[in-house]
Design a binder for this molecule. Structure first.
Ligand code: ADP
Ligand code: ZN
Ligand code: ZN
Length: 825
């Protein structure tokens, strides 16, 4: 990465093209000051002036000429070695064009928060003001000037603190206008820095140390004790010495003056990965299907252009084992690997398995890490200390070089899609990254996305399969229970057959999972007289009823209120809880099985950083008999003592307005069923539903992915949904409802003009979004279906360009472009 020094300074490029972290469409040109020219490289972070501000940017290109005459100088270069590799620049640039999002916004998402640079405005008393001295204004303005003379240059925040919390905004502006104050931007010290520790090293030979030890023993027992410790082990962290011996710091200082020890400061990375907890187990012998899959993957490593590989393997078929073998091969070839998993599946269990196999070659990246930990893991990867990145969505940006393999586990999982700008899909970005790096990408799943399976069937992807569980363990048997037959209130929650199955499971001292399928359909209050359901005033979603503290809460904006006594619509007192909450199911189960040890896993019990992990660990150690939870209990874990899975209200999510709802339900049922019977004892699944005849349930019952695929793909073809079309969604939001509506209607008319002739794109809407309001912003949306990605992009680009020009029509609204959307709420 370090450039050669061959060129003389005068012939070096003197223009840097910089992408800033703001929603600007094109890179900006800056002059590189003479003094910085030899140290200026593509991929570095820089500080540049933009209007009155200083902002963070990335050098994406250097040149000798610019089309702009009046260039500003860049202010500073922030990295010695470029932070972004050419590969990451290429990837993020592709993303910007594909997701129709400013490049700077993509870079902002790609780089961990710890590398961000913050600036703030500071104020200084000007020279003329200094001269006026005595003639300063009285009152607040005078106090501010006094304060700055006394304390030197300060930020507004600091001035206000010194003046006991008075708001100074107006005064500062006035003083600035009068020329008495000067305002400048100042870079703040980074919040995240390498963690440094002091090391103490013994500089004496053994006999000299012994002599010194004898000399100081009487006079200074502390020095003697430090020497004794250093004789045991010649290098210590100062902090560790102080822990052993409270007076160590002073003693070390004295010994350093004597030349007996040396103090140095070195970086100590924050530890993220656990030390391998178990001695690595012997490698299992691969079964023939695994062996075949591995050979196929290995034979493509290092070949120039390899198609993506789908590894379709039922739950428990040993996919992870295949990934790990392939990664071992990649490392032997001197290359690196990247493993993406859904956030929720990134459990200790999975990381432990990788750490047991690859030890400190692993770096972990996910949202549960602190900024400092992420910062360190990223740098371990960038420096080549770690060669395997394992992480959730944003790990697709891991700064590894010489990439050999990318694994996307559970590739169908919707958490790979980012639901804010840039709205990228990590699986799709992984495919592009692999292509650009000439690396192999393996997409693994027991329930591949329809789009993926379609590509595998059509030969665009290579298709590999693991049709059986390892060691020929059977898939669990699945029973579907018609809830309509069970009328009593208690039967509505846990039917008698499910009750009996749980009782039998507990009697065998095995564990069970109870899944409540309720995304967006939690417990709510409903009036038995008029049918009204209390809604959030800000978000137009049903408020969730929380039994424990008898409150109602909004799960979008977090607003909360005590449970009302009367119906807000008709004032009837018959406002009762309805629907199923995890808490309610937990309570019913506890009443039915008072001796059982229960735990609950849902959004409320997993708020803390590692609470999700903690619950699963307790499950793994056998201290939970029944785990009740939402979708998050369905994925990614492998506990052999779970033999029963119960699903309550299986069909609840089918009423979500989303054409993929049946696919989601099939995936969820298959995944959660996959948790049962992974050990020696066979597994059983009981699914309660009000729609027992729905095809998603029927195919899930028979573990029939391919049947489900055949059936569903025909619907997609008839309805012209992906994979037969490409979709984009435009979301228009505004704090004023008319503006959102008018702007989306106007966008609709513009889009109409760019559908192509003959039309390549179909427009649906505009319509009010199902979630018509989020955080006080009114939402409308438009949906585009196109015959090709190219047609879709042409239509959108033309439309967005027009909206840039005719700003009047889109005043006070925000337009969000979502390419390949996965939610429609
Ligand atoms: P998947 O990722 O397909 O759900 P895993 O790779 O987690 O499956 O495998 C399930 C379990 O089977 C793990 O405990 C794993 O160690 C074990 N396993 C994998 N391959 C074999 C094999 N060939 N022989 C025996 N056990 C295996
Ligand atoms: Zn009512
Ligand atoms: Zn709300």
């Amino acid at each position: 990465m370090q450039p050669t020094q061959a060129a003389s300074v005068s012939t070096l490029p003197d223009i840097a093209q910089v992408v800033v972290e703001l929603p600007l469409e094109t890179p900006l040109d800056y002059r590189i000051p003479f003094a910085l020219r030899t140290s200026c490289h593509i991929g570095q972070r820089v500080l540049v002036p933009l209007g009155p501000r200083q902002v963070l940017g990335y050098i994406v290109h250097v040149a000798h000429t610019s089309s702009v005459d009046d260039l500003k100088d860049l202010i500073d270069i922030l990295d010695e070695t470029p932070l972004l590799t050419p590969a990451l620049l290429q990837l993020t640039r592709w993303m910007a064009s594909y997701y129709l999002c400013p490049w700077g916004q993509v870079l902002k998402a790609a780089v961990p928060e710890g590398f961000r640079v913050h600036t703030e405005a500071v104020y200084t008393v000007t020279a003329p003001a200094q001269e006026q001295g005595a003639a300063w204004p009285k009152g607040r303005a005078g106090e501010v000037l006094q304060c700055l003379v006394q304390h030197g240059t300060q930020s507004q925040h600091e001035i206000e603190r010194l003046l006991a919390g008075q708001d100074c905004t107006a005064v500062l502006r006035r003083l600035q206008q009068q020329g008495l104050l000067q305002r400048q931007q100042q870079r703040l010290a980074p919040k995240t820095r390498p963690r440094m520790v002091s090391l103490v090293r013994l500089c004496l030979a053994a006999n000299a140390a012994t002599t010194l030890h004898q000399q100081v023993q009487q006079r200074s027992p502390n020095q003697a004790a430090v020497l004794a410790l250093l004789q045991e082990q010649p290098v210590w962290e100062l902090a560790a010495l102080r822990q052993r011996l409270p007076g160590a710091a002073a003693a070390v200082k004295r010994l350093a003056l004597l030349g007996a020890v040396e103090l140095t400061t070195v970086e100590k990375r924050r530890a993220v990965i656990p030390a391998a907890s178990t001695a690595s187990a012997p490698l299992p012998t691969l079964n023939p299907a695994q062996q075949h899959a591995l050979w196929q993957i290995e034979s493509r490593l290092g070949t120039a252009e390899s198609a993506p590989i789908l590894l379709y393997g039922v739950t428990g078929s040993g996919k992870t084992e295949v990934y790990m073998r392939a990664i071992a091969t990649v490392l032997r070839q001197g290359k690196t690997a990247l493993v993406l998993v859904p956030e929720i599946a990134l459990t200790d269990q999975l990381v432990d398995r990788f750490v047991a196999r690859f030890a400190s070659q692993i770096a972990v990246l996910h949202s549960g890490l602190s900024a400092g930990e992420r910062f360190d893991e990223w740098r371990r990867l960038a420096s080549g200390e770690a060669r395997i990145a394992i992480g959730a969505r944003s790990a697709v940006f891991a700064p590894v070089e010489n990439l050999g393999l990318i694994v996307v586990d559970e590739e169908h999982d919707t958490s790979y899609k980012q639901e804010e700008t840039p709205r990228y899909h990590a699986r799709d970005v992984a495919i592009v990254r692999a292509q650009q790096a000439q690396a192999v990408v393996v997409l693994g799943s027991a329930t591949p996305a329809l789009e993926t399976f379609h590509n595998a069937r059509s030969g665009k992807y290579l298709s590999l399969s693991l049709p059986q569980r390892v060691e020929e363990k059977p898939l669990p048997s699945i029973t579907i229970l018609d809830q309509r037959a069970h009328a009593t209130p208690n039967e509505r929650i846990i039917s008698t057959p499910l009750y009996q199955a749980i009782a039998a499971c507990l009697a065998r001292q095995e564990q069970c999972l109870i899944l409540i399928n309720r995304r967006g359909f939690a417990a709510y209050l409903q009036c038995r007289d008029c049918g009204a359901v209390p809604q959030c005033n800000h978000c137009s979603v049903s408020l969730t009823y929380h039994r424990r503290d008898r409150t109602i809460k909004c799960h979008y904006c977090d607003a909360s209120a005590p449970m009302p006594a009367l119906c807000p619509a008709c004032s009837s007192p018959k406002l009762h809880p309805f629907g199923l909450g995890t808490q309610q199911v937990e309570e019913v189960l506890q009443a039915l099985f008072p001796a059982a040890r229960l735990a609950r896993m849902d959004r409320d019990t997993t708020r803390g950083k590692a609470s999700h992990q903690r619950i699963l660990r307790t499950l793994g150690s056998g201290d939970i008999d029944i785990l009740v939870g939402t979708q998050m209990i369905a994925k990614g874990h492998d506990y052999p003592n779970i033999t029963l899975v119960g699903v309550v209200s299986a069909d609840a999510t089918l009423s979500i307005p989303d054409f993929r709802a049946p696919e989601r339900l099939f995936q969820l049922l298959t995944q959660v069923a996959g948790r049962a019977g992974r050990g020696q004892a066979p597994g059983h699944v009981v699914i309660q539903t009000y729609r027992p005849d729905h095809y998603s349930l029927a195919f899930a019952q028979h573990h029939d992915f391919s049947g489900f695929f055949q059936d569903e793909i025909q619907r997609r073809q008839v309805m012209l949904y992906p994979p037969y079309t490409r979709l984009a969604r435009l979301i228009v939001d505004s704090s004023e409802t008319v503006r959102a509506e008018e702007a989306s209607r106007w966008l609709g008319t513009v889009l109409q003009r760019h559908l192509g002739s003959p039309p390549q794109v179909a427009l649906l809407g505009p319509a009010e979004a199902p979630l018509a309001k989020i955080k006080d912003r009114y939402r409308w949306h438009l949906l585009l279906k196109a015959t090709s990605s190219r047609a879709l992009h042409q239509c959108l680009q033309a439309t967005l360009a027009e909206s840039q020009q005719e700003r009047e029509h889109v005043r006070a609204v925000r337009i969000h472009v979502d390419i390949d959307p996965v939610t429609f709420l």
